[in-house]
Design a protein. Structure first.
Length: 433
């Protein structure tokens, strides 16, 4: 098994996962446009297995249509009397409502005050607001900034464009001996927010990097997607649904995986998939684990698990979207996401990958309980103890019937998945499975 020190020597881990977040944080991403293209290109430069996909403006994807491509250069409001600027895009890209139409007019404050949006959570936070499918323009300020705006006339300026173009995404397929796939998906469509946006694709690419370096000959195939949330997953599904339903046996949507506060996941609709078991087993022994019903969904699990699609997928988070105070605000920044938080999330997903590649359904070779002592796996001297020193190993072996998965074994024994795999590696080296 790779350790953190060795992985840090790989190109993707060179300066820690947080380094990728820092490099990409300033870019103004949206569901289309230059920001998302630059972000996709960045990850493609680290993992050349990616293929770029595009969908034209107006193209129908199920019940939706691809919107016009949006790009922005600048935006602000400027008090005419004092010359002072507010809501400056170049200082914070959240200041402009996403997908705002261009405007350059002189208006009284009262004429556009309702188009200045504020956070409902904290008077000092600048909110993140969008209007993808309805023509609109607007600004975002903290409530304190809005309340302090001087009365009078303002130049209201947004230098943006809405043109026919493309919605883009990247996919990578690491093929294995089997066509059955494990899906990893995350989104790249938010501006400067660290946990809600960049943590997911950063961890996703760490998993891709691990798989191609650790498992040259893979048992399973692995599909990786980076796309704009909602419209992007719908677009991808519209072209790939049949083969995804046929081949994907387990999937994970990665969202808000960069902080250290909690481990969270949103169950599949009926809590009965391999992904539900996988994440439950991987989080055994973790502190502050929070489980959310599919009724509390909010990311791309909405699309992957929708009627007519129903892929076996869950969403994995640290602090779940919508459940932490900085969510969708200017405070979801580089102070919230840490290298440790990112790496711990990666470790959770890595243990699940290791389970698939070790062999998901181990089977002990002996009939009856194997004699562990002669293989050096059991104390030679009997002891009196409330818990036998080899009890964990014996418990694990007792479920190795070739039909019970590593995920189920971890859940049944209440032993973390990572430890279960380590035990089975020892047992395998002894020739017992």
């Amino acid at each position: 098994m790779m350790n953190f020190k060795f992985e840090k020597d790989l190109a993707y881990f060179k300066n820690g996962l947080i380094d990728h977040v820092k490099k990409l944080f300033p870019k103004c991403r949206s569901i289309t446009g230059e920001g998302i293209r630059e972000t996709l290109s960045y990850f493609e430069s680290h993992n050349n297995e990616y293929e770029r996909l595009s969908f034209k403006t107006g193209e129908q994807v199920f019940d939706w249509n691809i919107p016009k491509e949006w790009n922005i250069i600048d935006g602000f409001i400027q008090h005419k009397e004092s010359g002072k600027k507010f809501a400056e895009f170049k200082k914070l890209n959240l200041h402009i409502v996403g997908y705002s139409e261009p405007i350059d007019q002189i208006l009284n404050l009262e004429e556009f005050i309702d188009r200045i949006h504020v956070s409902q959570v904290n008077d000092n936070f600048v909110p993140y607001v969008t209007s993808y499918y309805k023509k609109y323009w607007g600004f975002c300020l903290s409530k304190r900034e809005k309340d302090d705006l001087p009365k009078g006339k303002y130049r209201v300026f947004i230098n943006s464009s809405l043109d026919n173009g493309y919605l883009e995404m990247s996919q990578a397929l690491l093929k294995g001996q089997r066509k059955k796939e494990i899906l990893f998906s995350s989104y790249v469509c938010h501006p400067s927010m660290a946990n809600n946006e960049l943590s997911g694709p950063v961890v996703l690419n760490a998993i891709l990097n691990y798989l191609k370096n650790k498992y040259k000959k893979r048992k399973y195939s692995y599909r990786f997607l980076m796309l704009p949330e909602t419209i992007g997953s719908l677009a991808y599904l519209s072209r790939n649904l049949n083969k995804m339903k046929k081949n994907i046996i387990c999937g994970f949507n990665l969202s808000c995986v960069g902080d250290e506060r909690a481990y969270s996941y949103v169950n599949s609709p009926f809590k009965n998939t391999l992904a539900d078991k996988a994440i439950q087993s991987a989080l055994i022994g973790k502190e502050n684990v929070k489980i959310y019903s599919f009724l509390q969904r909010g990311s791309d699990e909405r699309q992957y698990c929708a009627p007519g699609i129903r892929l076996p997928l869950i969403t994995f988070c640290r602090s779940k979207f919508g459940e932490y105070p900085e969510y969708h605000t200017s405070e979801d920044n580089l102070n919230l996401v840490t290298d440790q938080g990112l790496y711990e999330s990666y470790e959770v997903m890595k243990s699940i990958v290791d389970a698939f590649e070790f062999g998901l359904y181990p089977k002990v070779k002996t009939i009856g309980e194997p004699q562990l002592g002669k293989r050096g796996l059991y104390p030679q001297i009997s002891v009196v103890s409330s818990r036998h020193p080899a009890a964990q190993r014996m418990d694990i072996i007792s479920y190795a019937d070739g039909e019970t998965s590593l995920f189920d074994i971890a859940i049944l024994t209440n032993i973390p998945l990572k430890e279960v795999i380590k035990e089975f590696e020892i047992i395998s080296e002894a020739g017992l499975i």
